[in-house]
Design a protein around this ligand. Structure first.
Ligand code: SF4
Ligand code: SF4
Ligand code: SF4
Length: 291
């Protein structure tokens, strides 16, 4: 018997094979959790579950095997712990992020900060389709943003200072895209091969490859699952504020115009992607920053 229908209807309450029990998924932007909250979650898992937790692909912690009759109580305890019940249905679900500039030496952007900002603005909003958002701070794309309905990747363009290269070849060795060659004793960057990771910038011992055009690539319409799809490039913007503005417009558009029960990528095909793109980007400051 379901004790509290309202709490039970939250997306993060997932009925198990044995429908008397459910798994309770928490909201955990970017998968970041203090030790205090971890201890709290451990106590809650012991009190209501089997004493185990499960780490999900969307960087949340879920508590398996909770009796449906105690959903209201566990919900209250999770709220008090600062790890409330999350979402999983046709909603904006847990926003994932790689470690970014907080820790990763390859990072171009603060992916965790951005994910938390997007979470505060958007988490849990009911949508016609499930909306996954993923942020990666460089083109290694550890959180697979291109396989999410909305993906964000931090990128940077390398530019060598003219005339100063010693031709030491260090950057050539570091570039795993073979996008740099030595010609006449100096390095030359091939923009067609460059994926804008910025690793060569850090590799030059003489600091003569400069970073230019730090930007955020936003993709839309990707997904994993039974019918995986790669997201399409929507826009490059040059500030976190612009990322938030574009994504808020995207979410509003999807909320108003998308149909339920169909992949977002299929819907974008039907709607003519270029037209959709123009509509979303209207009024956004920098559609494509100068290179
Ligand atoms: S995506 Fe890039 S910045 Fe983020 S963790 Fe992976 S390598 Fe580091
Ligand atoms: S930014 Fe990355 S891909 Fe581009 S040239 Fe430098 S190392 Fe190679
Ligand atoms: S590492 Fe620096 S100095 Fe060496 S080839 Fe590359 S740009 Fe030139």
């Amino acid at each position: 018997m379901i004790h509290n229908y309202g709490v039970h209807m939250k997306g993060g309450v997932i009925t198990e094979r044995d429908s008397d029990y459910c798994t309770v998924r928490t909201r955990m932007p970017a998968g970041v959790l203090s030790c205090e909250k971890m201890r709290g979650l451990a106590e809650i898992a012991e009190k209501y579950g089997t004493g185990e937790v499960h780490l999900t692909t969307r960087q949340t912690v879920e508590i398996p095997h909770v009796d449906q009759r105690v959903i209201e109580e566990i919900s209250k305890d999770l709220e008090e712990n600062g790890t409330p019940i999350g979402s999983e249905r046709d909603e904006i679900v847990n926003i994932v992020a790689c470690p970014g500039t907080e820790r990763c030496k390859y990072a171009n952007i603060d992916s965790i900060g951005l994910a938390k900002r997007l979470d505060s603005a958007l988490f849990g909003k009911t949508m016609p389709v499930k909306l996954r958002i993923s942020v990666s701070a460089c083109p290694y794309a550890c959180t697979s943003p291109i396989l999410n309905e909305i993906g964000i990747v931090g990128r940077i363009n390398p530019v060598r200072v003219p005339g100063l290269c010693t031709g030491c070849g260090t950057c050539v060795e570091y570039c795993s895209e073979s996008a740099i060659v030595l010609k006449n004793g100096a390095c030359v960057i091939n923009d067609d091969k460059c994926v804008q990771c910025g690793i060569c910038i850090q590799s030059c011992p003489y600091d003569i490859i400069l970073s230019e055009n730090l930007h955020y690539l936003i993709t839309v319409g990707g997904r994993r699952g039974r019918h995986p799809q790669l997201g399409r490039e929507l826009v490059e913007v040059s500030s976190e504020n612009e990322v938030v503005a574009v994504i808020e417009k995207l979410v509003y558009w999807i909320y108003r115009r998308a149909w339920s029960g169909r992949l977002l990528s299929d819907q974008l095909d039907d709607l003519h992607f270029e037209k959709f793109k123009k509509e979303i980007l209207e009024g956004i400051n920098s559609e494509k920053p100068e290179k």
